[in-house]
Design a protein around this ligand. Structure first.
Ligand code: ATP
Ligand code: MG
Ligand code: MG
Length: 554
């Protein structure tokens, strides 16, 4: 693998190692909230955090940031683990954590803050708290409960924990500064009451710590050295530091912010992905059109292509929108080097070779991958009745059409040169039902005459000795680059042709042994992947990952 490019985070780490700031150690974490499936934006954070740990011989914890029991589920936890592993990263024995593992310690730290006079129980309603908080242009107002005694706060907090109050009746707040220009510092709530079971801790707790309070302490407890997050947390950093400073914790991780990934022609917020999934605009979180890791996987993206993409986009502090074409280029480049080649006819048209003996079969040998002879060869049966793509024949072609046409010759790749002699048509509709050809027996692939000049080369299959398959042609989910900014609701811009299903397609018989998630380049058509869920040995289902060339470029 290539050496990683320098970026501002690597620069900070190099400096910290030079000055021995964290005793030369590097510890990072990937902290998803298990309230949805991971997407390509998360992959950027995964590659960064796990990548840095590998590069600097450190640790990257896999931490579920599970402080909100109302939105979190085990299904999401399992999908996240699977996706991180699939991307090629391993947190290692003992490094799987949950914020909820720290609930006892977080509670003790909250008691300590109360004892330090740095936290208080506030009895304002949620609406009042919001109103007292002020705005960007208007400072906040102190809560009337701000000066409760330490004893009273300890007693009330204990009662909160014991379930003696209703949700919303009391909260625990940090006592910082209601006049701060930074709204996050205006006595933020650090604990709230939620009478709800938690997927890890069950009914042990009815108070749950808030994200900002939890995150810095979880980082500290794990000995994280560099706590990497996205730019919107820049304004939360003073709170991150305040909690650790007030508690005089034994170590103090450094929060570092980077720009989140955004991609055109898709949406990435969990709220929108959730809406698309729950309202069946797509078929579940693993729909091949979604930018989720499991969707990309099912579509035929490879871990190597996604890691390459994350390295190419780099890590910066300025928000930019990345072109979907770059992601597609990464998967094309990877699959071009690795995917075996095969023939598939998507929309068949019968081609009959009038002078080819009935019942005869020749097996045309072709490499699985010319660059990797070790992969061996495939044997494509050649028979009197073949199929070709409907679009590879035109009865009245425009100038410059070099595929099959009346009286024209074309090369059947790895087969023979054939000449069109007649056409069978439906007498009422005029639809072309079959094309009749003659073949030139001297032009079999590899024979001296096979190289004689013929302009067009097309792919083909035996009509009888090929396998029926279902082909799912996937394309971009939205037909505008910026679905959020294109006017109306983002869902108005869903691409109605993002999935086209073909049920008459066929592939080479050697694909009978294809396994779920195998990749192929179907010559002239694109890269395809055997569907992970719906494909069966008796009825293959293949998903188009990407076409061979970018058809969206202007
Ligand atoms: P959302 O706001 O859609 O819920 P999130 O950022 O809250 O997303 P988390 O599950 O908390 O989602 O994210 C886990 C980690 O992945 C965080 O550290 C976050 O910074 C990072 N991350 C999430 N989205 C992106 C993105 N688009 N680009 C880079 N990193 C991201
Ligand atoms: Mg979130
Ligand atoms: Mg988050």
């Amino acid at each position: 693998e290539k050496k990683p490019a320098p970026n501002f985070i690597r620069h900070i780490i190099n400096e910290d190692i030079r000055t021995n700031k964290h005793n030369g150690k590097v510890a990072t974490r990937f902290p998803p909230e298990p309230n949805g499936y991971l997407h390509i934006g998360h992959a950027k954070s995964i590659c960064l955090n796990f990548g840095l740990a590998l590069e600097y011989n450190g640790i990257c914890y896999m931490r579920f940031d599970d402080t909100n029991p109302s939105k979190e589920e085990m299904e999401y936890v399992e999908s996240i683990k699977r996706d991180v592993h699939w991307l090629g990263f391993d947190w290692g024995e003992g490094n799987l954590r949950h914020s909820s593992d720290y609930f006892d310690q977080l509670y003790d730290y909250a008691v300590q803050l109360i004892k330090l006079g740095k936290a208080y129980v506030c009895s304002l309603s949620p609406e009042e708290i919001r109103a007292y908080r002020g705005t960007l242009t208007e400072v906040g107002k102190d809560s009337p409960y701000r000066n409760r005694s330490i004893e009273e706060n300890l007693a009330l907090f204990e009662k909160m924990r014991c379930g003696e109050f209703e949700e919303g009746q009391q909260v625990l707040r940090a006592k910082i500064n209601m006049q701060s220009p930074n709204i996050n510092m205006r006595d933020p709530v650090i604990y709230r009451i939620k009478k709800m079971s938690h997927h890890m801790t069950g009914d042990k707790w009815c108070i749950y710590p808030m994200y900002d309070y939890t995150h810095c302490l979880s980082d500290m407890l794990e000995g994280i050295t560099h706590s990497i997050c996205t730019l919107e947390f820049e304004d939360h950093r003073p709170l991150y530091d305040w909690v650790l400073d007030e508690l005089q914790t034994p170590c103090h991780p450094q929060q570092i912010e980077f720009a989140r990934l955004s991609l055109n022609y898709t949406v990435m917020s969990k709220r929108k992905l959730n809406e698309l999934v729950m309202n069946n605009y797509v078929n579940g979180w693993s729909d091949p059109r979604l930018p989720t890791i499991s969707g990309l996987r099912r579509r035929g993206y490879t871990p190597a292509a996604i890691r390459d993409f994350c390295e190419r986009i780099g890590v910066t502090k300025s928000d930019t929108c990345i072109d979907m074409a770059l992601l597609e280029t990464c998967v094309r480049e990877d699959l071009n080097n690795t995917a075996p080649r095969a023939f598939c006819v998507q929309r068949p048209l019968k081609l009959i070779i009038d002078n080819y003996p009935e019942g005869q079969v020749e097996y045309m040998e072709a490499p699985w991958l010319a660059e990797k002879p070790a992969l061996g060869t495939r044997k494509i049966p050649f028979t009197r009745e073949l199929i070709i793509e409907q679009e590879d024949f035109m009865e009245n072609p425009p100038k410059g059409y070099f595929r099959l046409q009346p009286n024209g010759e074309v090369r059947l790749r790895y087969g023979y040169i054939v000449k069109c002699v007649s056409v069978d048509k439906d007498p009422t509709t005029g639809e072309v039902l079959a094309v009749h050809c003659t073949y030139d027996p001297e032009t079999r692939h590899g024979m001296p005459q096979s190289n004689r000049k013929v302009k067009g080369t097309i792919h083909w299959l035996s009509a009888t000795q090929s396998l029926p398959v279902e082909i799912r042609l996937y394309d971009r989910l939205f037909n505008v680059a910026d679905p959020d900014g294109a006017g109306g609701d983002y869902k108005d811009h869903l691409n109605p042709e993002s999935m086209v299903i073909l049920t008459n397609s066929r592939v080479e018989p050697d694909l009978a042994t294809a396994k779920p998630e195998d990749h192929y380049q179907f010559e002239r058509l694109g890269y395809f992947c055997v569907d992970e869920y719906d494909s069966k040995p008796t009825q293959l289902v293949l998903n188009r990952t990407v076409t061979l060339r970018d058809t969206w470029a202007k």
